[in-house]
Design a protein around this ligand. Structure first.
Ligand code: IPM
Ligand code: MN
Length: 353
């Protein structure tokens, strides 16, 4: 029997609650499709940081390297200054494990969950491939004359051709494998970012012309893209974009698919260890109340199975999520308004798997 080792970081706030429901669905799927999942739980997060000063030690990264995947619930603690846990845990894992793709499927399950007028599930169905370890996130730059009237700070958008090319290749391959419109839209700002933008534009065109004649090439400026997400989301199939633009547009994308309750993502190293997470935060005010929506976490677990190669099990989870949402039993996707608790939603989906 195939067996996979999964590192689980429940994390802060509602993270552990949604993680439990994801594991419920995973355990049903693994039994049904005949593979084994071995979990190792880690307590990284705000609480541990406040106690020990430790975020994500190198020893944990070394252990993660030996796992097949990582599942992350949520990171974020009201008593920890912004940036410490994000940089110390999430970004550290992304960089150390070279998870250079942030994969964000954007799929509206139910018409009533969409804030856009006259849009249905068939209209909101695309995937964003966000470059996940380069650009402004590398932290290249600095500050001089801090706390003086002349203070100067820089943070540089830095991209090398290999970093752009490997992301582009993943996106083209994904568009081909997805086999829908077979269109890859590059989102950038090449009218202003005449160096970095131009690099992405050439990488997109040259690779597309050479290796992917079956995939249509398309381009949006990032500002225009935010308008089209609202006006005509049905245009999109697969989007590829640099790190910061991808961060911004995927939050907009999350809300048009029904919000953080259903938005899942993967930090992917196609040749290494990937990390899957619901897009929502730790939601401190809902912690321990059994009201948070676990669907995003369950969908992230499905993505994890897909990446591990357990395609049928991944499809079963996806179907179970879709079926449960369309059953009419879950009233809303918002925390506290689902008409049932976190564990009940988890039970419903696990049973459907
Ligand atoms: C995301 C988050 C992170 C990012 C933060 C928490 C560092 O917003 O995964 O989109 O900016 O990438
Ligand atoms: Mn973000």
């Amino acid at each position: 029997m195939k067996s996979y080792n999964i590192a689980v970081i429940g994390g802060d706030g509602t993270g552990p609650e949604v993680t439990r429901e994801a594991i419920k669905a995973l355990d049903v799927a693994s039994k049904k499709f005949g593979f084994q999942l071995n979990y190792t739980h880690y307590d990284f997060g705000g609480a541990r940081y406040l106690k020990t000063g430790e975020t994500l030690p190198d020893s944990a990264i070394a252990e993660f390297r030996k796992q097949h995947a990582i599942f992350l619930g949520a990171i974020g603690h009201p008593d920890v200054k912004p940036g410490i846990l994000e940089v110390g845990i999430l970004l550290k894992a992304r960089f150390a494990l070279d998870q250079y793709i942030n994969l964000r499927p954007v799929k509206l399950y139910r018409t009533e969950d969409c804030p856009l007028k006259d849009k249905e599930p068939k209209d909101v169905d695309f995937v964003v491939v966000r470059e996940n370890t380069g650009g402004i996130y590398t932290g290249v730059g600095g500050v001089v004359q801090k706390d003086t009237p002349m203070e100067i700070a820089t943070q540089v958008m830095i991209y090398g051709r290999p970093v752009v090319d490997r992301c582009m290749k993943f996106a083209y391959d994904y568009a081909r494998r997805r086999n829908k419109k077979k269109m890859l839209t590059l989102v950038h700002k090449c009218n202003v970012l005449t160096h970095c933008g131009d690099l992405w534009v050439r990488a997109h065109k040259e690779m597309g012309d050479r290796d992917y004649p079956d995939i249509q090439q398309d381009y949006n400026h990032v500002d225009a893209c935010t308008m089209w997400f609202v006006k005509q989301p049905e245009w999109y199939d697969v989007i590829v974009t640099e790190n910061l633009f991808g961060d911004i547009i995927t939050d907009l994308a999350a809300i048009i698919q029904g919000g953080l309750g259903v938005a899942a993502g993967g930090n992917i190293n196609p040749e290494g260890v990937s990390m899957f997470e619901p897009m929502g935060g730790s939601a401190p005010k809902y912690t321990g109340k059994n009201v948070i929506n676990p669907i995003a976490a369950i969908a992230a677990a499905g993505m994890m199975l897909d990446t591990l190669g357990e395609t049928k099990a991944a499809q079963a989870i996806d179907k179970a999520v879709t079926g449960s949402l369309n059953s009419g039993k879950i009233k809303s996707l918002a925390a506290g308004r689902m008409g049932m608790g976190t564990t009940q939603v988890g039970d419903l989906i696990a049973a459907a798997v």
